[in-house]
Design a protein around this ligand. Structure first.
Ligand SMILES: [Fe+2]
Ligand SMILES: [Fe+2]
Length: 167
């Protein structure tokens, strides 16, 4: 997928303030799928959700989509470790992520919907906004790719230090 320079710019403008926030950076300490941390998974889901919406030429709230996707797995524990694991992680982590996100940020309706519904159909409530439906889909694609360690956004992942350290 060819990414345009102006798309990177739009994305970075929205994501950079979040990437300066310590609790968000903590997500890098927790594995999500394969060798991918929660932080990198959330970055990938937010970036590719944004790119997909652009390619589909649908109207969407850019900031809500990127921010909601970045916070969709903001649960801050290692669900692989028996000591840390939560029973029914797959079902309950959207609620935990939403609670954490609400503690740290003022969220819009769309952002809340993205976080709360991203595990549909495992969690029964269908996404209300198109941004939430896109994130729900891209999350699944990224998760499978990360489990297979064949993620096409590897090159994007290498830009992570630039996102987190540049003003
Ligand atoms: Fe999730
Ligand atoms: Fe996810």
């Amino acid at each position: 997928m060819k990414i345009k320079p102006e798309e990177i710019e739009i994305y970075l403008d929205i994501i950079k303030p979040l990437m300066k926030y310590e609790p968000i950076l903590k997500m890098d300490s927790y594995k999500q799928h394969g060798q991918t941390s929660c932080l990198r998974h959330c970055l990938a889901v937010s970036f590719y959700s944004f790119v997909l919406c652009r390619r589909l030429h649908i109207r969407f709230d850019t900031a809500a989509l990127i921010r909601g996707a970045m916070l969709h797995d903001f649960f801050l524990y290692d669900w692989h470790k028996p000591a840390d694991s939560r029973r029914w992680h797959g079902f309950i982590h959207p609620k935990i992520a939403l609670k954490n996100a609400e503690k740290h940020f003022d969220l819009s309706k769309r952002e809340r919907d993205i976080i709360a519904k991203h595990m549909w159909p495992l969690t029964l409530r269908f996404p209300r906004f198109r941004e939430a439906l896109i994130v729900c889909l891209v999350d699944k694609i990224c998760s499978v790719a990360e489990m297979l360690e064949a993620f096409p956004g590897y090159r994007f992942y290498t830009t992570l230090p630039a996102i987190s350290s540049n003003g």
